[in-house]
Design a protein around this ligand. Sequence first.
Ligand code: PLP
Length: 435
Amino acid sequence: MFEMSHTRDRSAELFEEAQRCFPGGVNSPVRAFGAVGGTPLFMDRGKGPHIWDADGQRYVDFCCSWGPLILGHAHPVVQDRIMKAVQDGTSFGTPTRLENELGRMILDHHPFAERIRFVSSGTEAAMSAIRLARGVTGKNKILKFDGCYHGHVDALLVKAGSGLATLGTSTSAGVPEAYARETLVLPLNDLEALEATMKVHADDLAVVAIEPIPANNGLLIQDASFLQGVRDLCDRYGVLLLFDEVISGFRVAFGGAAEYHGIRPDVMAFGKIIGGGMPVGAYAASADIMEHVAPSGPVYQAGTLSGNPVAMAAGAGQLSVCLKPGFYEDQERRTRRLIDPILDHAEKKGQPLRIFNRGSIFWLAFSDRIHIRRSSEIDPDSMAHFSKLHAALLERGVYLGPSGYEVGFVSAAHSDAVIDEASAAFVDALDVVFD
Ligand SMILES: Cc1ncc(COP(=O)(O)O)c(C=O)c1O
């Protein structure tokens, strides 16, 4: 009933050309469709919940640029702010009032951020937050959790080596082992391992970095007690706690996972939604901690295009809409409206499907597990199901990020009617997967 036949000829031609320009034909690896197979679709335009590919096909978009577009594509408020800012010039390399506007908007409504510094990506935010933590504590090591992603910072492209409480090994060529050795990697949801590690390393451990709602290897929802336990252990052992809220910030609540769980991080990294679809990141902390950043303090960090006026205007436009009463409740309601009929159908048919969600983030796992809290609990073989689902959904006019390890996002532009249409397409596509 949903199937559409359309060509992808134009996308295929563009991809061929792109492969002569960019490594793998893309400017960020997951876009290459490597995980699901086939040729990446080139998008021409987006409006609200929809995107149109180069062959003119329309899709309901649940990738939403990997999270930034919480209002959907080309939202009139954001668009208007961008247009006005552009007319006044795109960059000055001086302070502008737009930085103040976005800065104030965030600090006035975030329960824990007292000072903020704008940068240009989530990676830069995480990198700068780590440098700040090291500068404040005078300590060198950092600790991250297996399954969390914090951008392509050298010291964070690290996975666990063998054994418990292990020193990391790099996941990318080009990262010196000496850097990787400064990073400890532990499994999520294991306070005992964290305490054992703190006991050994606290004297030289600057910061524990975590995605409080880990959303880069599936959606690994952590118990609130684990997050609180991490906070308590950091306090007990004198280690700073960094919440990487690049995905969860302004997504599950205006104040991100910190507000959602009522847990105070020492340092926060932001990205994605904060820039309204333009390249913005930020890190924030208490006034005392942020005083260590140059030019107030000795931790150097700078950026030619940091606080770019067009990007600030886009962010301010988007966040002003997020601040409307009931915004986050409605996001969650429509996300459940998408998910529930799919789950009902899968249950009736005995299909092994779980859909995890937090706010308007959702993730489909082809699994019978009630909880998936660690990346090691994801069955790599289940990804074959995802690839089939992805293809069947494209045929039915629904676009998901091209990897089963990636989460989906619902935007404010996904109306009830669009959600219902997409939900029915999911149900239909699932039957193809399990045919
Ligand atoms: C939690 C988290 N931190 C950091 C980053 C890096 O952000 P960017 O891709 O903007 O550099 C990402 C990107 O997906 C992320 O999900």
